[in-house]
Design a protein around this ligand. Sequence first.
Ligand SMILES: Cc1cc2nc3c(=O)[nH]c(=O)nc-3n(C[C@H](O)[C@H](O)[C@H](O)COP(=O)(O)OP(=O)(O)OC[C@H]3O[C@@H](n4cnc5c(N)ncnc54)[C@H](O)[C@@H]3O)c2cc1C
Length: 432
Amino acid sequence: MEPASTRPDMTTVAISGGGPAGMMLGLLLARAGVDVTVLEKHADFFNDFRGDTLHPSTRAVLDELGLSEEVERIPHRKVRKVTVGRDDTNIVVDLSALPLAHPYIAMVPQWDFLDMLARKARGYPGFRLIMGAESTDLLSHEGAVRGLRYTDGDGEHELRAVLTVSADGRRSALRERAGLRPRVLGSPMDVLWLRVPRADEQVEGLNGRTGPGTMAFAIDRGDYWQIAYVIRKGGFDQLRTEPVEKLREQLRGLLPFLGERVQAIESWDDVALLDVRLERLDRWYRPGYLCIGDAAHAMTPVGGVGINLAVQDAIATANLLAVPLLEAQQDPRRFERTIRTELLARVQRRRWFPDAGTQRVQQFMQRELFGDIVGTANGQGTPAARRMVEAALRTPTGAKVATAIYSRLMSRIMMRGLRPEHVTSPERPLRA
Ligand SMILES: Cc1cc2nc3c(=O)[nH]c(=O)nc-3n(C[C@H](O)[C@H](O)[C@H](O)COP(=O)(O)OP(=O)(O)OC[C@H]3O[C@@H](n4cnc5c(N)ncnc54)[C@H](O)[C@@H]3O)c2cc1C
């Protein structure tokens, strides 16, 4: 908890949420010389699991911020091979062959990633991070948002700000206070998350396998396999009425290399349910207030892109707003004035194509590739797109073509991202 003596009651930018979007925005604005306060409701970064994948687009941004060596010091696994399909018909993509500076998915534990951003941000004089602080409401005056209200172990506080940003994820309370409601795009699945020990073995990288009515992904995390088992939305209560052996059997069938190590799943207590949503705001802002990351567009785990898009939103926001915010910071009447709403609209316009476009791809994959598993296929049976891929994989030429198309799509949409952002916001000297 922040000691009362140092707790600020005004800042230039108040950011609700210390996830990938909030921490990256906090770092970039502080780096530009903007006074910024990030509020995170948890006491540390070890909160709900939300994925660990850093794609080449994010990895390249860390180079731009001089964080290359630091991220390499975090122990992590690099996924260079992606295998998807069934045991007899697989597409194998060698990521290391893609024309990218960092041709792999870096499986960096999210808390280490956020800690690293916080350490770097603390080097800039204008940065403040308050952990264990939950924002509860917006401060509004004359039709504009002028800060927020938050609670910590010490009670309720007000924080005035020129701009208030919701980077507080897909269940943002502030967004609701702002009267912004997301459009539900359909989230037909949930994910069960579990671990199985990994022995020294031939199989590596990311392995996605489908079977009749089921699908699972295994990600090589060094000494264990991180397993995502896809189920229909809301199906967990029914599933857990069955003995856990049924799940073990399914996993053994889909991912035979796990073998008897599935016995490590002793009971349903070893299985975490992750609620999946796909949603988007039509409008991301109000005067004095902006939503980014999952608060603006909740992503599903498909393609592991959510963290990366949240980071990209933060970069675009800093690129477009750092200079106007620095100017506003000099104005003694800044808390009575409102940053031009057109600037906030520009952030949404800049990010609409990559964020909404990637959601479209996620929807397509949900429907056309595994719709039969999550119950969204038109009609019954295997969806047409997957049938075509499976048929193609049965001939050597077809397999070559399918792999080439898949590698291209993977490289373009997932690894590099649609319209990747680069850091152009200014940099001020570090704290002496
Ligand atoms: C099951 C599942 C698995 C996923 N796996 C991956 C993956 O492997 N790779 C990937 O890239 N993406 C993955 N995603 C998507 C990814 O988790 C999100 O897209 C990404 O975390 C969004 O980042 P964010 O910063 O916008 O929001 P979040 O990561 O949700 O961060 C929001 C932060 O705000 C805090 N907060 C919330 N409310 C308040 C409040 N009132 N006051 C203060 N703080 C608050 C929260 O504690 C949290 O720290 C997955 C999603 C799901 C559902």
